[in-house]
Ligand binder design. Sequence first.
Ligand SMILES: [Zn+2]
Ligand SMILES: [Zn+2]
Length: 376
Amino acid sequence: MARRWMHPLMAAWALVLAVSFAAVRGREAPPAEADDGVRGTVRAWLPDARRAWGSAVVRPVRATCPASASGPGWYDGDTHSHTRHSDGGGTVADNAAAAIRAGLSFLFITDHNTLNGRAEVAAQQRPGFLCLTGEEVTAGYGHANAYQADGSVAWEMGPQAMIRAAHRQGGILFLNHPYFPGFTWQADDVEGHHGIEVWNGLYSPGHEVNRRAFALWDRELNEGERLVGLAGSDAHKPAKVGNPRICAYLEALTPRAVHRAMRRGTLYGTNGPDVRFTANGAPMGTDLRVAPGAPVAFKIAARSAHRLTRVTLIRNGAVLREWAPAGPEKAIALSDTPTDRTWYRVEVADVDGGFAFSNPIWVETERAAGLEVARR
Ligand SMILES: [Zn+2]
Ligand SMILES: [Zn+2]
């Protein structure tokens, strides 16, 4: 079941990416402003000026989080955490405080089969920080996070009916940790899930539990599903919040923008390294349409606090190119000619256990889309 739509900010993106990386390299420089010609002023310094570079395992990013920082940019957040409303050790306020300490700009409280934390979540909004409600639908057939649903999603109705119920309530659903021992996802034949939590924070990214989830994602992408990949800390104690996390490109720090990024996949998962990935200037999470046989220009930029050990470009589930950088930064430009339906994603690893993965860029030729190339 393909869900396809185009990113409306493609034109602004190349500019934002270029300026934000320049800003990282010269962090003492004053904030740069640039006119994107469409939406007014883009404060392109925001994404990375707010990021500091901590250790690989628990990375205290963004030592300063200015309250005024709410414009277009990359924002760190965590899509999966628990409180005493289910089996977590802290309160909603404890998790929110931990998220702010960890440099997060947004945090989802996703307790098991309950939305009872909603009033406390609403009380945790701060300048430069959003606390948001989700629900971990928890059943014998597996666990799945529902976001944006108007109400609680009943697990008892079974996996497929549960997914439909989430949709009816305006929500989207991600399969959580599908290979977690004892909590494996049992219903392989479901349709309509929006994505997969491919990196569950209770395991390292290279652990079989997560590698199998990445492999499942790749298989479903190869079957034509437009699935978004998430990283989530699954924190049951406040200290775990934000490790790992997602970094999402938001038009503004608003709940609506966070949800849009999660729907599109304009985000990457990380425990430290940063990755930028564009095709013809369009960012991860984009559906790109090109003429048959036309090469696509890709740019990858990776950065970490530690020496990068590999940067991998994956095409349709197989390694297309892999680099072994000599330092903590790597910028790559290359072109590739896609077949009719091709997806690309990037993984980055560093010597200190840091890992990041981008969401895909989906490329479809006009032939595949059934378009008249010469209609004009
Ligand atoms: Zn779970
Ligand atoms: Zn959980």
